[in-house]
Design a protein. Structure first.
Length: 263
């Protein structure tokens, strides 16, 4: 259980709003920046996300990285060339005394202030350099069955990942090269194997195809911690809030999101 200090601590949020739609999304929505896709009259995806972030008692100031309109509600930074560069830029803009920050993507319009506060409290209590939410698929499917997700079958159950993270600012500032290498390896099996360890990578593959209960959360946490290196620690936070992992990045997702919102 989180202690009183964790429950009362407030941290800044960095909202990443630099994602560019592919051609299918541009044709369907008429906009290039995913954050600016309109899901309700006069209300973009970014508006939904910012409403939840700014309404969360655990959040102080908000930095938005992206080529979007300026607003007194946040500090805006222009978008860089990649997701990771935007993340680093957002963290570097924070005061040096800030030790943790919440990273939020701008394409999860169903996120709520309650979900954010719950995750922040649990993640701070985990005392790690990287905390990442994982959502049981039975919960996700009850709420958002039509919005498909990539899943991972573990001994504790089947999970999907969320689209927010709690991260150590010092780690990001001091180990950017490691972060860039890890991000670059995410779709390269050879690089991923060398960083995670071939034993763990094989167990991940086996757990998805042959034996779903052959891999557990602790093993994944250890693998990610090894990738981070430098003594860093990664922790998965099981959340009951499916909205943390409900991103909208395809034309059919937009249609379903509008249906859910009653538009």
């Amino acid at each position: 259980m989180a202690n009183t200090d964790d429950m009362n601590k407030k941290i800044p949020a960095v909202v990443l709003a630099g994602g560019i739609n592919d051609q299918a999304m541009r044709d369907a929505t008429g906009v290039e920046n995913r954050a600016m896709v309109e899901l309700a009259p006069g209300k973009t995806m970014l508006d939904f996300v910012l409403g939840a972030v700014k309404g969360a008692p655990s959040i102080t100031n908000v930095v938005v990285v992206g080529d979007i309109p300026d607003s007194p509600d946040y500090t805006r930074l222009p978008s860089s060339l990649s997701f990771l560069e935007n993340l680093i830029q957002g963290i570097q803009s924070l005061p040096p005394e800030i030790d943790r920050a919440l990273i939020v993507t701008s394409d999860i319009p169903f996120i709520s202030s309650e979900a954010i506060d719950d995750f922040v409290i649990r993640a701070l209590a985990a005392d790690a350099d990287l905390c990442y939410p994982i959502i049981p698929m039975e919960i996700y499917r009850k709420e958002f069955a039509a919005l498909k997700r990539t899943t991972l079958k573990l001994s504790e159950g089947e999970f999907t990942g969320g689209n927010i993270m709690l991260m150590s600012c010092d780690y990001i500032k001091n180990h950017q090269e490691t972060i860039l290498q890890a991000y670059g390896a995410r779709k390269d099996v050879l690089k991923l194997g060398s960083m995670l360890g071939w034993g763990l990578l094989l167990r991940i593959i086996v757990s998805q195809i042959i034996a779903p209960k052959s891999l557990d959360i602790a093993s994944l946490e250890n693998g990610v911690s090894n990738v981070l290196g430098h003594g860093a620690k990664a922790k998965a936070v099981i959340t009951q809030f499916a909205s943390l992992g409900t991103d909208v990045d395809k034309p059919n997702d937009v249609i379903e999101a509008k249906r859910i919102l009653g538009v």
